[in-house]
Each structure stands twice: as C-alpha cells, then as structure tokens.
Design a protein around this ligand. Structure first.
Ligand code: DC
Length: 220
C-alpha cells in the first residue's frame, strides 16, 4: 500500500501535535513537528547571542546545525532541547526566525527530504501550502482563541503563564506574526479540509481524519 504524505496546518495551540501523533501512530507513519525546527534555531540563536533579525547569521546557523527530531526528542548539535524549547521566550524567538525567508528555505529543504518516501504526518504552518503542495491529504485545524489558550495552559510540556488571559494574549500575538508575515504566512491551502475543533474531543477529530485517510487508501 502506498505510504501517504499528510499535512496538518493551523494556528498555535490548536492541538495539531496531539492529532498528528495519533494519526501517525494509527498508520505506523513518522510524525514530524516542523515547528520544533524553528524553535531549535531560535534556541541556538539565543544561546549564541545572535540577534533575531540577523538573517545571514541565522541562516548560516540553520545550515550548520544538526537538528534531530523524533517522537520523544528534539536535539540540536547533539544537545537535548526537548523541554528547553517549550517556553514563552522560545515561542517568541521561533516566531521571529520563522519570518526570515532564508532560514525557512533551509528548514523547508530538510522537511521535504524527510517526506521523500512518504509515510509521514507533518504538522506546521505551511506544510500543505509550501512544503508538500502535493500532499495526499491536507488538514487545516482551527479553534477559538479561548479554547486554544485553555489547551496551551493545560499542556504540561509547555512552561509559562497559566492565567488564561495572558496565554490568550501571547497566542494572538504569535498568530498575528505567523499569519501576516511576508514569507509563507499561515493560511489554509485551497484543497485543505478545514476542521474547527472548538468543543470537539481529540478522539473525534482523530476519527474524522482517519475516515478521510481510509477513503483515500481505499480509492487507490
Ligand atoms: O508550532 P510551533 O508553535 O511549535 O511553531 C513555532 C513557530 O514556528 C511558530 O511561530 C510558527 C513557526 N512555524 C512556521 O512558521 N512554519 C512551520 N512549518 C512550523 C512552525
């Protein structure tokens, strides 16, 4: 059976990771969180004291770094940064480096290589629009900002404020940056299936997506 490429895009805190992980596990596919790559570059820039608007230095840094992403680990140049990249400081640093076209070009190249043989569920902001415009299935998950703030505040992997109003303000700022930037802004591909997950349990979203996947596999 052909191994599909499944692209999942959507704003911060919408639950892309949870859904992508579940789908990948059901299908025996690889799950890749592309945002972790932007976070890794942002983390290294802060470590080295590189200003977040220095595109040439940052794209050199992205080129020269080894970034490892597995189901349980994110590492850059062999340093485990799995937890260190889930902080409000790195939220901001990642959004800043993600605005830079030359940094994006390098990371998009790496993301495409990961998908060469199919059998991948990749989540991000531009997966269905830029990274894999030929993806077999494109999903765009959305939810109200209140619901996304609740999900983010209860995510134990992510440190930071727990006051919902504060989390919602930070999410809105990042959405604004991700959707209005010139380079590959966040939007739903014309051929994406848009799912509003507000008030929908994760298991139901996963079931909806699996139904779509099965339709595709049966049609082969
Ligand atoms: O999904 P995330 O919050 O971990 O992503 C971190 C940042 O990187 C966020 O500002 C969006 C950006 N990003 C992107 O521009 N393109 C992607 N494919 C994935 C993430």
């Amino acid at each position: 059976m052909r191994k599909l490429i499944i692209a999942i895009d959507g704003p911060s805190g919408v639950g892309k990771g949870t859904v992508a992980r579940a789908i990948a596990a059901e299908l025996g596919y690889r799950h890749v969180d592309s945002g972790a790559m932007y976070r890794a570059v942002g983390w290294k820039a802060l470590q080295l004291g590189v200003r977040l608007d220095q595109e040439d230095t940052l794209s050199g840094l992205a080129t020269d770094s080894t970034i490892e992403i597995s189901a349980t680990l994110v590492a850059i140049d062999g340093t485990d940064i799995t937890r260190a990249i889930r902080t409000p400081e790195i939220d901001k640093a990642a959004a800043a480096v993600a605005r830079l076209p030359n940094v994006r070009a390098i990371l998009v190249g790496r993301q495409r290589r990961l998908g060469l043989d199919g059998g991948i569920v990749m989540e991000g902001r531009d997966i269905g629009t830029v990274v894999f415009p030929q993806a077999d299935l494109k999903l765009y998950l959305d939810a109200s900002v209140e619901e996304r703030a609740r999900r983010r505040a209860s995510d134990s992997a992510h440190s930071g404020p727990v006051a919902l109003a504060e989390v919602a303000t930070a999410l809105k700022a990042r959405d604004q940056s991700d959707s209005t930037r010139a380079a590959s802004p966040l939007y739903a591909a014309a051929d994406a299936v848009v799912i509003d997950t507000t008030g929908t349990p994760v298991a139901d979203v996963v079931a909806q997506v699996m139904a779509l996947v099965k339709t595709l596999l049966i049609a082969e």
